[in-house]
Design a protein around this ligand. Sequence first.
Ligand code: NAP
Length: 247
Amino acid sequence: MSELKDKVALITGASRGIGRACALALAARGARIAVNYSRSPELAEQVVRDIEAQGGKAVALGADVSKPEQVDQLFDALMGQYGRLDVLVNNAGITRDGLLVRMKLEDWQQVIDLNLTGVFLCLKAASKIMLKQRSGRIVNISSTSGLAGNPGQANYSAAKAGILGLTRTAARELASRGITVNAVAPGFIATDMTGGLNLEPILAQIPLRRVGKPEEVAGAVCFLCADPAAAYITGQILQVDGGLVIA
Ligand code: NAP
């Protein structure tokens, strides 16, 4: 499949988990990939090798996307490498769970800084490039926690709900220049992020009775980047949650 041939895709937090799956899936559709990472350079280089092994092109670019100056450097490096940007997947995210009454301000702030401000910073930097190109696809990774809330995740669900407002506003601002902005809201997906959780009691709440795979989130991301399949979709939230949250 080469529907994204000659396109360039940046995926934040692509050294592991959902971001890695998105990088591999977009590469399989022909896109040249920028694999952003923060603290796992070896894993990011392995993702690059995995993409090259399947015949694709990729580069690993380190940056903490919660830091404005590092985001500037990331986009400079990206443009130096590829000279354009067609797809941005805002995927980098962390959890610092704790009940509201015990949550430290630091844990609140760290999650907001990366999961919400990081999305804003990359969205803004990507928009400048895409506005000039008069085309682009942006997919923000939210969460069902941002839709329904989740005990112990006041910081995380606030950030993930914030992403939805950001997505809808950016979609309205950028549509006239041929740029779509959508969000994907995963439920429970088997990655390092959920590795420490006892998922057994959660399965009963999931109509499909299993956790999701990173590749299943990547499939939704690829759909939203597909042309013409998703060209007329913007400002939307696509849940990939096995039916966990059905409105
Ligand atoms: P993960 O396995 O923990 O991977 C997180 C990724 O984010 C890693 O590649 C990590 O890179 C990167 N990252 C962390 N801090 C970063 C920073 N400051 N700057 C740039 N990259 C950074 O997580 P995941 O489960 O794949 O989650 C990916 C996204 O999906 C997150 O936004 C998460 O909130 C969302 N999500 C996950 C689930 C789930 O059940 N897993 C459900 C809903 C939503 P380094 O290792 O290089 O630091």
